[in-house]
Ligand binder design. Structure first.
Ligand SMILES: NC(=O)c1ccc[n+]([C@@H]2O[C@H](COP(=O)([O-])OP(=O)(O)OC[C@H]3O[C@@H](n4cnc5c(N)ncnc54)[C@H](O)[C@@H]3O)[C@@H](O)[C@H]2O)c1
Length: 323
């Protein structure tokens, strides 16, 4: 019999604090960009029209993590989250299973940690607003983590669903910030020094002609080959484009693949966040537009899962199960 630990989302929320997770995720991204992890491309399959991914990674020092995740955009109308997942964690030396971890919260936390890391590395020095476009599940975690590194004058929000905006407005006000509800995506990004895109859109919602530099754009949506959240102008004008993985973004988002095919950018100019974190490549150098585009990497899941497991064991949290 092997004893494993089951970690519910609530435990993850309590133990994975933003600064702790951001620092660990930075190490995982550096290890990934230096080729020190074992991270095969994720397996993507379409089930009844919806995206499913199987994501596996070994990050030295953090164990072997395997996540099964799906994205079901119609789920909010069923009262279910758009993204559901489970992560299993294994000991890399003896292969024993260690934990089964709720993956929806883990995904939101590790995605927010990546975005916050990019803000830590690339935010403009001057202050201004944070704009959030797409005010669903991820947007809460994105803002909470980013606020650790950037204190805005106010928060500007936009979503195509009024009810999502209203709930988010209340959430942000409870965090102690004034909220401006924008009329459209262009109105949302005015005066913004940080723009967060967290939508399920397939067509651009961030327009380069509406941005007011200096501004750092964080984009986590548009995760298929032809989907885009950023228009050509954003990419054309950006002084730095940083991604989680060059290989992954070529396969998994139109936001980088399409501008590359159009010749608007060259792949060697696109940095990985692990390379910016280690100082190998530059992020922000001037007062222009910087972009962080992520599609999500298995190294983030393995790292966050192991950190959660380690902390839960130390604190006696989680549910022990014999399997
Ligand atoms: N990069 C990563 O690592 C990563 C990780 C997790 C999720 N994601 C992506 O983040 C996105 C958001 O996920 P979620 O769990 O918050 O979903 P969600 O359904 O809870 O929220 C998405 C929100 O976007 C809004 N929206 C859709 N189209 C819009 C448009 N054109 N303009 C403005 N708002 C629009 C929806 O109304 C909804 O409120 C998804 O695309 C998901 O795949 C990325």
């Amino acid at each position: 019999m092997t004893e494993i630990l089951v970690l519910p989302g609530k435990v993850l929320e309590d133990i994975l604090s933003p600064k702790l997770l951001v620092d660990e995720i930075a190490k995982a991204f550096i290890a990934f960009s230096e080729g020190r992890t074992v991270t095969p491309p994720r397996t993507v399959m379409w089930v009844e029209g919806n995206w499913w991914g199987i994501m596996q990674s070994y990050v030295p020092g953090y164990g072997v993590g395997v996540k099964i995740v799906n994205v079901i955009p119609s789920n909010p109308s069923r009262g279910l989250p758009t993204i559901q997942a489970l992560v299993t964690l294994f000991d890399p030396e003896n292969g024993s299973p260690l934990a089964v971890i709720e993956g929806g919260v883990l995904t939101a936390l590790r995605t927010a940690a990546a975005s916050a890391l990019s803000v830590k590395l690339m935010a403009p020095r001057s202050t201004g607003a944070i704009a959030v476009i797409g005010t669903g599940y991820q947007a809460r975690y994105q803002l909470k983590f980013i606020l650790e590194y950037f204190k805005p004058t106010h928060v500007r929000i936009y979503d195509i669903r009024r009810e999502a905006m209203e709930k988010y407005k209340e959430y942000v006000e409870n965090l102690g910030y004034e909220v401006y509800v924008a009329r459209d995506p262009r109105d949302a990004v005015r005066e913004a020094r940080i723009v967060v895109e967290a939508t399920t859109t397939k067509t651009p919602v961030i327009y380069g002609d509406a941005l007011e530099p200096p501004v750092h754009v964080v984009s986590i949506g548009a995760h298929t080959k032809d989907a885009r959240a950023l228009d050509d102008e954003v990419i054309r004008k950006a002084e730095a484009i940083v991604v989680d993985s060059r290989n992954a973004v070529l396969e998994e988002t139109g936001d980088i693949r399409i501008p590359l095919e159009k010749g608007l950018i060259k792949l060697e100019e696109v940095a990985e966040i692990g390379e910016v974190a280690s100082g190998k490549m530059k992020g922000r150098v001037g007062d222009g537009i910087t972009v962080f585009k992520s599609v999500g990497l298995a190294v983030q899941d393995a790292c966050a899962a192991y950190l959660a497991y380690k902390l839960a064991v130390e604190k006696g949290l989680g549910i022990k199960v014999e399997v």
